[in-house]
Design a protein. Structure first.
Lengths: 586, 428
C-alpha cells in the first residue's frame, strides 16, 4: 500500500516535471505541488489549508525541511504547534543526521510539552557536531520560554563541558542572570562574552544599564578587575551613565587600542554617549576624550579636536587644562588657517575668567592685527569684566573707554551697580536698551533692574558689594550679604526683592534648607510684586524636595491672593504637579 | 460722590466688556461654567461641579446649552475652586437665569438637576501606575476622588455595593494577560502581572486566573443589574463580554489555565449572558494579541489592522433622551480616533437595543456605545487614550494639563457626572 502510494507520488512528480517541461504555465505546475500550494494558502491567510498541504508533502518526503518549517509556522498560527510532534518524529527517523530537522523536532516536542524528550533530542543533535553550541542554546531558550529558568541555566551551562568552550553561551547566561536580578553574575558572563567577541559590548552595556543602584559597584568591579582592555572598557559606559563621567573617560583613556583607527572609534563612541549628558563633569570628560582623540588624529582633525577639547575644559571650569591646550595651539604653526587666532581668542577669555587679566590683555594687544574690530571690542569687554572681578573698576573703564556700543553701555550699567550706584546703573541700562548682548544677557540685565527698582535710595554700596561677591563666584557669601541687607530695607522697598534673590541663589546652589527659609521670608513681606514670585519659587522648591502637599497651600495662596499676577498660570501648573494631578516631571 | 469721580466711574464701567463685568460680579447668586470654546479648562469644570455636589450643593447640567454648561451656586468655596483651577465661571443673576431657562425651553436643550456625587471606583491592580489608564488620569486631573478596587474587593463580602460608578481599567477578563504572555515573555512588568494574578487566584480559591476573571466579570454584571453604572474602555469592554459569554467554555490559552482553548469555543459561547455583544468569532491563536472580531481595528493583527479615522458624536433629543444626550455633551462633534487593544466595536456584533453614541461614518464599526441591563447601565468606549492615538507600552504618560480642552476626555467625564443626574420620568 505504502509502496503504491509512493509510486503514485513519484508518478505525480514526474507528471508535474513533464508538464513544466512542455511549457504549461507555472501556475498549473504550482497547483500540483503541495508545497507551492501551501505557500499560496499561507499568502492568503488560509493557515489550515496550508498545514494540510505541508502534511501532504511530508507524507511523501518526511524530512523535507521546507515542508517541516512551513508546517511549524502554520500550526503556530493555528495555535496547534503541539501537533508537529508526529511529523517531527517521522522526520527524525528519515534523516537522523540533519541538524535542522533536530532543531525543528526539539521545538515541536517543547510545544507539545513533552519536556522529558527534550534532553535526549538535544543530546542526539549535539552528537552531530560536539563543538556546536546551537543545540544547547535552543534547549535553554525553549526552557526559558516555559519559565523554567533553572532548567534553562543548566542547559546553557552544560554547553561548556560538552563543547569544550568555557565561555559558551555567555550572552544567554548573562541575560538570564540579569532577568533574575543577579547583576554581578550577568556582569561576569558579559565579561566572558566580550572577551570572546568584542562586538557584544553594546548588548552588555544596554542590559547592564538597568542594574539597580545597590548592585552597580559589583558590576563595575567585575569589569575593572579584567586584565584585557576591551573588557575593562565595558565599565566606562555604565560609569558615565551612572554619574561619574570623568572616571569613565579616564578608564577609556587608560586602555585604548594601540591601533590609531580603532582607538579613534572607541573614543568617538564614548563621546557619543556623553553627548546627551549635561553638567560640568560631563564636559570635563569630553575634554579628556577629545584631547586623547586629538593626539591620535591627523591635521586638520587634530587641531579641531584640540580646540573642542579646550572649549570643553573651559566650560567645565578646568581653566588650567584649557589654557595648556590653547597656549600650545596659539604658539604652534602648521594647523589649518585661523587656528592660532581661534585659539588665542579662546585663550584670552580663559585667562580673563581665570583672573590672569594682565596676561590676557597682553595677548590681546599682540594679536590685535589678526582680529576684526567687533571681535576685539568683545574681547575687551570680557577683559573689563575680569578687571571688575578684581575690584579694578579704573582698569575696567579704561579697557572699554573707546567702546560706544550698546553692549558697552550695558556693561557700564553693570559696573555702576557693582559700585552701588543704583541710579547710574538704571540710566546706563536704559541707554543700552533691550537688545544689547545675547538674549540671556538681556534677561539677566532686566532681572537686575527688577531687583533694584523698588529700592528708593540712589546709592547702596552694600548691595554693590554683595553683587560683586556674586560676580566673583562666591554665591553663598553674596546670598548671605543680600539677606543681611534685605533686613535693613522695608519689604516693599526692596527688602523682599533682595531676600527673594538670596533665596533663588541658595536654591540654585542646592542649599535647600536656607533657600526655603529665605523664600518664605520673601513671601511673608507681602510686597505685591515680590510675594507671588517668592511663593512660586517656594512651591517649586517644595515639589523638588518631594514635599508636594506642603506646596499646595503656598500655591493656592498665590493664585487666590494675587489673582491678577502673570505668574498665576505657572502656579496652576505647579499646583497640578503638587497635587499629583499630572504625571511627575522626569 | 463728586462729579469728576462719578464720571470716571461711569466711563470705566462703559469701557469694561460685558462678559468681564459678569465675571467680576461677586454678588451674583449663580455661576455658569460655559463648556464651549470660552471655557479655559473643560476637564476641571467637571471636577469643580463634582466637588460642589460633594459639598451638598445642588447643581444643574444644561444639556446642549453652550456645549453642556454647568450651573453651580456662587458660594465662596466654589468661586475659590474656580480661581484655583482656572475654570471659567460667569456670574449669573436670577433674572438672567430665568431668561436662560426660557431660551432652553424653546430648543433642543434641557436643564438636568445634579444632586448627589456618585461614589466612584476604578477596577485596577494595586500596582497599576496612575498614569496607565485614561480614566484614572482624568479623574486625577479633574480632582475627582475615587477608590481603587481589584479582584479581592470585587469578590469580597461587600463586593461593589458601596459604589455607584465603576470603571474598568484595561483589564483582560479572559485571564490571558492581554495575550502579551508570549510576545513579552521575560519582561519584568509581565512577570509581575502574572505572579500577582496567580497569587490572587490562589488566595480566592480559584483554580486559575481565567476562572478568577470570569467570577469577577459575573460580579460586575451583577453590579450593573442591581443599578450600578459601568464604564469600560479599551480591552475591558470586549473581554468582559467574552468572559461573561464563555462562562462554561474554555477560551483561554494553555499558558493561562493549563489547557488549550476549546477549538469549538466560538460556537459554544452564550452571548445572552453578555452585556453588549453577540455572535462574535473568537481568536484562537495564543500569540496574536486579539480576542475576537468584535474590534473593528484589530491593532495587533498585522494584515487585519485598520487605519485610524475620526468618529462623530450623535445628536439626541435632550428632552426625550437625556441620558444619551448627557453622554455626548462636547464642544466638538467630530473627534480624532485613537487605538487601543480594542479600538472600536463592529456594528454587526452589537446586540439589538444597544445605543450607538458615536461612530465612524461609512465604517462598519462604532466607537462609543451605551445600554441597560437590569436596573443599571453600561457604557463602552473603544481605545486606550484619547490624546495618545498610537499608544504603545512604555510610552510617556499623557500630561492632561497640556490638553485641558480634550474632547475625548470630556466624554469620559460625562460618564462620571451622569449618575449624579436626578432620575426623572421619560416623556416617551
Amino acid at each position: 500500500m505504502a509502496a503504491q502510494a509512493g509510486g503514485r507520488a513519484r508518478l505525480a512528480r514526474a507528471l508535474v516535471a513533464a508538464l513544466a517541461a512542455v511549457g504549461l504555465p507555472g501556475r498549473l505546475a504550482a497547483q500540483s505541488d503541495p508545497i507551492a500550494r501551501a505557500a499560496d494558502f499561507e499568502r492568503r491567510g488560509n493557515h489550515a489549508g496550508a498545514a494540510e498541504q505541508y502534511r501532504l508533502a511530508l507524507a511523501d518526503r518526511p524530512a523535507d525541511v521546507t515542508a517541516l518549517l512551513g508546517l511549524e509556522r502554520t500550526l503556530g498560527q493555528l495555535g496547534k504547534a503541539g501537533e508537529l510532534v508526529g511529523p517531527a518524529r517521522a522526520a527524525l527517523r528519515a534523516d537522523a543526521k540533519s541538524a535542522v530537522v533536530a532543531g525543528i523536532a526539539l521545538r515541536a516536542y517543547a510545544a507539545a510539552d513533552f519536556i522529558d524528550s527534550l534532553r535526549p533530542i538535544t543530546e542526539r543533535w549535539a552528537a552531530l557536531d560536539p563543538a556546536d553550541e546551537d543545540p544547547w542554546r535552543e534547549l535553554g531558550l525553549l526552557l526559558a520560554q516555559k519559565r523554567d529558568r533553572a532548567g534553562a541555566r543548566a542547559a546553557f551551562l552544560l554547553a561548556r563541558p560538552r563543547t569544550g568552550k568555557p565561555d559558551a553561551l555567555a550572552p544567554e547566561l548573562a541575560q538570564l542572570a540579569g532577568a533574575d536580578g543577579d547583576w554581578a553574575g550577568a556582569a561576569a558572563e558579559w565579561a566572558r562574552a566580550v572577551r570572546r567577541v568584542s562586538g557584544y559590548r553594546t548588548a552588555a552595556v544596554t542590559q547592564l544599564a538597568g542594574a539597580p543602584e545597590a548592585q552597580r559597584a559589583a558590576v563595575l568591579a567585575t569589569f575593572r578587575a579584567a586584565t584585557e582592555a576591551p573588557v575593562r572598557r565595558v565599565a566606562a559606559d555604565p560609569l558615565i551613565r551612572w554619574g561619574d563621567p570623568v572616571a569613565g573617560a579616564a578608564l577609556i583613556r587608560s586602555g585604548l587600542p594601540d591601533d590609531g583607527r580603532a582607538a579613534g572609534d572607541v573614543l568617538r563612541a564614548t563621546l557619543e554617549t556623553l553627548r546627551g549628558i549635561a553638567g560640568r563633569d560631563a564636559r570635563r570628560a569630553q575634554g579628556l576624550l577629545l584631547e586623547a582623540l586629538a593626539s591620535r588624529s591627523l591635521e586638520p582633525a587634530a587641531t579641531r579636536a584640540s580646540l573642542d577639547a579646550a572649549q570643553a575644559y573651559a566650560e567645565a571650569g578646568a581653566l588650567e587644562d584649557a589654557r595648556r591646550l590653547l597656549q600650545r595651539l596659539a604658539s604652534a604653526g602648521g594647523g589649518p588657517p585661523g587656528t592660532a587666532v581661534a585659539a588665542a581668542r579662546t585663550l584670552i577669555t580663559v585667562l580673563a575668567d581665570e583672573g590672569k587679566v594682565d596676561e590676557a590683555e597682553q595677548l590681546l594687544e599682540r594679536g590685535r592685527e589678526t582680529l576684526d574690530t567687533d571681535e576685539r571690542l568683545a574681547l575687551r569687554r570680557r577683559l573689563a569684566l575680569g578687571w571688575v572681578r578684581q575690584g579694578r573698576f579704573d582698569r575696567a573703564e579704561a579697557v572699554i573707554a573707546a567702546d560706544s556700543s550698546v553692549e558697552a553701555a550695558a556693561l557700564r550699567g553693570r559696573f555702576q551697580l557693582l559700585r552701588g550706584d543704583l541710579k547710574g546703573a538704571v540710566a546706563w541700562f536704559q541707554g543700552a536698551g533691550p537688545y544689547a548682548g545675547t538674549r540671556e544677557e538681556s534677561q539677566a540685565r532686566f532681572a537686575l533692574v527688577a531687583l533694584i527698582q523698588p529700592i528708593e535710595a540712589d546709592s547702596l554700596p552694600a548691595l554693590g558689594a554683595a553683587l560683586l561677591r556674586l560676580e566673583r563666584g562666591d554665591t553663598t557669601g553674596a546670598a548671605t550679604d543680600l539677606e543681611a541687607l534685605a533686613g535693613t530695607l522695608p519689604p516693599e522697598k526692596g527688602g523682599s526683592e533682595l531676600m527673594l534673590h538670596a533665596g533663588r541663589l541658595s536654591a540654585a546652589r542646592g542649599d535647600r534648607v536656607v533657600a526655603e527659609r529665605r523664600l518664605r521670608a520673601a513671601a511673608a513681606g507681602n510686597a505685591p510684586t515680590t510675594a507671588p514670585a517668592a511663593e512660586l519659587e517656594l512651591g517649586r522648591l517644595l515639589i523638588a524636595l518631594g514635599r508636594g502637599p506642603e506646596a499646595v497651600p503656598v500655591l493656592e495662596h498665590l493664585i487666590v491672593t494675587y489673582a491678577g499676577s502673570a505668574l498665576v498660570p505657572q502656579a496652576r501648573r505647579l499646583l497640578d504637579e503638587a497635587r499629583g494631578a499630572v504625571p511627575p516631571k522626569t | 460722590m463728586r462729579r469728576r469721580e462719578f464720571l470716571a466711574a461711569g466711563a470705566a464701567a462703559l469701557a469694561t466688556p460685558a462678559r468681564a463685568r459678569a465675571t467680576a460680579r461677586r454678588a451674583a447668586p449663580w455661576l455658569l461654567l460655559p463648556m464651549d470654546e470660552q471655557q479655559a479648562d473643560h476637564l476641571k469644570a467637571y471636577g469643580l461641579t463634582y466637588r460642589a455636589l460633594e459639598r451638598g450643593q445642588r447643581c444643574e447640567w444644561f444639556l446642549n446649552y453652550r456645549a453642556g454648561a454647568f450651573l453651580v451656586p456662587n458660594d465662596a468655596a466654589t468661586a475659590r475652586d474656580a480661581a484655583l483651577n482656572g475654570v471659567t465661571a460667569l456670574g449669573l443673576e436670577a433674572g438672567e437665569l430665568t431668561e436662560l431657562r426660557a431660551e432652553m425651553a424653546t430648543g433642543n436643550m434641557e436643564p438636568v438637576p445634579l444632586e448627589k456625587p456618585p461614589k466612584v471606583a476604578v477596577y485596577a491592580p494595586p500596582n497599576a501606575a496612575p498614569w496607565d489608564d485614561a480614566v484614572t488620569m482624568v479623574l486625577n486631573y479633574a480632582g475627582i476622588g475615587f477608590a481603587k478596587v481589584w479582584d479581592p474587593e470585587v469578590l469580597g463580602p461587600k463586593g461593589l455595593t458601596e459604589y455607584d460608578w465603576l470603571h474598568l481599567h484595561h483589564e483582560d477578563f479572559t485571564g490571558q494577560y492581554s495575550k502579551f504572555y508570549l510576545n513579552y515573555a521575560g519582561a519584568p512588568w509581565l512577570a509581575e502581572m502574572v505572579r500577582r494574578n496567580q497569587q490572587v487566584a490562589r488566595e480566592l480559591g480559584q483554580p486559575n486566573v481565567p476562572a478568577l476573571k470570569k467570577a469577577v466579570a459575573r460580579e460586575i454584571r451583577g453590579f450593573v443589574e442591581r443599578g450600578g453604572f459601568l464604564f469600560a474602555m479599551c480591552t475591558a469592554t470586549e473581554t468582559l463580554d467574552i468572559a461573561l459569554a464563555a462562562e462554561e467554555v474554555d477560551v483561554a490559552a494553555a499558558y493561562a489555565d493549563g489547557s488549550p482553548m476549546d477549538p469549538d469555543a466560538t460556537r459554544r459561547v452564550d452571548w445572552a449572558r453578555a452585556l453588549a455583544f453577540q455572535d462574535a468569532r473568537l481568536e484562537t491563536s495564543p500569540t496574536t494579541a486579539v480576542f475576537s472580531d468584535i474590534d473593528g481595528h484589530q491593532v495587533n493583527s498585522g494584515d487585519r489592522r485598520q487605519p485610524l479615522g475620526s468618529y462623530t458624536l450623535f445628536n439626541f433629543s435632550a428632552k426625550i433622551d437625556p441620558v444619551a444626550t448627557m453622554l455626548v455633551q462636547c464642544h466638538r462633534q467630530v473627534l480624532p480616533d485613537f487605538y487601543g487593544l480594542t479600538t472600536s466595536f463592529m456594528r454587526r456584533a452589537l446586540k439589538p437595543g444597544v445605543t450607538v453614541l458615536a461612530d465612524e461614518p461609512g465604517a462598519p464599526w462604532v466607537k462609543y456605545i451605551h445600554g441597560e441591563r437590569g436596573q443599571g447601565t453600561w457604557t463602552f468606549f473603544g481605545g486606550h487614550d484619547p490624546e495618545d492615538p498610537q499608544h504603545q507600552i512604555g510610552d510617556a504618560p499623557t500630561d492632561l494639563s497640556l490638553h485641558p480642552h480634550s474632547p475625548g476626555y470630556r466624554l469620559i467625564l460625562n460618564n462620571v457626572l451622569f449618575p449624579a443626574a436626578k432620575k426623572k420620568e421619560l416623556k416617551t
